[in-house]
Design a protein around this ligand. Structure first.
Ligand code: SF4
Ligand code: SF4
Length: 466
């Protein structure tokens, strides 16, 4: 049997060359950027916990009802028939992300992504509290270390936190009222919601306890897009190679040495385990930790701060700033187009959304008396904030009979209902198997007409089916 090829060096900072996990225990560097990120992170956490409880226009600020395909965003509810509006909204968000990344790099990753915010400002500080910092910490790889009392205590706190986060997260999808019910009922009475809650908690717990920074390195597509989203004029966390090199430490330093004293402080503080001095890397989440660590070292050795700083790759190469680049011009244009279309569509959408469909199954039926019966299905979504009664009128079928079991139709605000109208016409009312009619739906100030064709036999000869 051929032996497996020897490993060709580390492929991921979280993997050792033998394939085992390289546990990253970053040493926090508490400088000015860290303090700013702390303020942003805790403000975002409060916002995340508060949003499900905030109501706008009597509706939850955000409620993503996936089973009903209804999405409420800041006082506006999008119904399943609002596909175009949702598409415009999603396209606007994607273009905004593209523009934001082109200008400010991965600011989202380092400052606002829930993965970074909760890992760096909640889970890791708790870990340091129970297990000590980088040097005094328990060895994560040591056999049996998971059962150390301090670690078990940490897991217990992690589990409680994960439960809380899972409940808050699910409140965005089911609403706080339904969630309160879930919590009060016994799991036996509602096994499915209990299972959803248990799985969400388990996923959050596993992510922040075990998977951690690998989410950014392996699972998140946003990091992988960076090579196409950024250009050399985008703001990134960067090491000033020209100023820092040639690096040297202690006695090895000479008059020709750069400002980097090769202390490694920027590496041991990095939450993804990389060395920023190797250049811009996909693994860098632009968290600014290395900026703080290096600034601290620069203060100690008496050289100016900013050896690692926010800069563009062109600026570091001594090239001039270019405000007008193709992507910085095209993205805002596309964004204005999509946002404009979204706002226009939102403001001009009718108070009700009506869909006319043919009845399921056979296209028409021949009655014993020779008449042709068509089933017309009318689906109405009431978009307004009040209950409305909708009257359905069929125009162009006066010679026949209309049977409508539910007409008019009363619909609660935000609800969607369907009803059927049966149109019976003599056989000779059809020409070449078709009869054009108009379905009119009215309610107060709302009135809309829809052309529709009924189907019948291709010939128009009066024949009675036995
Ligand atoms: S912290 Fe600054 S001085 Fe120290 S190794 Fe990193 S870049 Fe060099
Ligand atoms: S290289 Fe610096 S900015 Fe990038 S992830 Fe590591 S510490 Fe954060």
């Amino acid at each position: 049997m051929t032996a497996a090829p020897a490993p060709g060096g580390r492929v991921l900072p979280t993997l050792n060359e033998d394939g085992s996990r390289n546990w990253i225990r970053p040493k926090p560097a508490e400088g000015r950027w860290w303090r700013r990120r702390q303020v942003v992170a805790y403000a975002l956490m409060v916002l995340f916990f508060a949003i499900p409880h905030i109501r706008i226009n009597g509706l939850p600020a955000i409620l993503l009802n996936v089973p009903r395909r209804e999405f409420t965003l800041f006082g506006t509810t999008f119904l399943p028939t609002d596909t175009m509006l949702l598409m415009l909204l999603l396209a606007s968000i994607v273009i905004a992300i593209f523009l934001f990344s082109a200008l400010f790099g991965r600011v989202w990753c380092g400052w606002a992504c829930p993965q970074t915010v909760y890992l760096e400002f909640l889970y890791r500080p708790i870990e340091r509290l129970f297990e000590g910092g980088r040097s005094g910490s328990l060895n994560l790889d040591r056999k049996g270390s998971h059962f150390h009392p301090r670690r078990l205590l940490k897991y217990t706190v992690y589990l409680a936190l994960s439960l809380f986060l899972a409940h808050t997260f699910l409140a965005y999808f089911v609403g706080v009222e339904a969630l309160a019910q879930w919590v009060r009922l016994s799991p036996r009475e509602h096994p499915v919601p209990f299972l959803v809650m248990a799985v969400t908690t388990a996923m959050i717990f596993t992510d922040f306890t075990w998977f951690r920074e690998q989410t950014c390195l392996i699972a998140c597509p946003y990091g992988r897009w960076q090579s196409v989203l950024l250009d050399k004029q985008s703001l990134v966390v960067a090491y000033d190679y020209g100023r820092g090199e040639p690096r040297g430490r202690g006695k090895a330093r000479t008059d020709a040495s750069g400002d980097c004293i090769d202390c490694g402080a920027c590496v041991i503080t990095c939450p993804t385990g990389i060395d920023i001095r190797n250049g811009l890397q996909m693994e860098c989440v632009h968290c600014t930790q290395c900026m703080d660590a290096c600034d601290h070292i620069m203060d100690q050795v008496g050289t100016p701060r900013g050896l690692i700083r926010y800069a563009t790759q062109d600026a570091l190469a001594g090239k001039p700033k270019r405000l007008l680049r193709p992507r910085v011009v095209l993205y805002p244009l596309a964004l204005a187009l999509f946002v404009g279309a979204f706002v226009t569509a939102l403001n001009t959408r009718a108070a009700a959304d009506v869909t006319i469909l043919r009845g399921a199954g056979e296209p028409f039926r021949l009655e014993a008396d020779g008449r042709v019966a068509n089933q017309v299905r009318v689906r109405i979504a009431n978009r307004s904030r009040a209950e409305h009664t909708y009257a359905i009128t069929i125009l162009g079928a006066e010679s026949g009979q209309i049977i409508a079991p539910e007409n008019p139709l009363t619909i609660a605000p935000g609800e969607l209902r369907s009803t059927s109208v049966f149109v019976l016409l003599p056989r000779d009312a059809f020409t070449a198997g078709r009869r054009d009619i108009t379905v009119r739906v009215t309610s107060g100030g709302f009135a809309e007409s829809f052309p529709f064709n009924l189907l019948g036999p291709a010939d128009t000869l009066p024949t009675v089916v036995p």
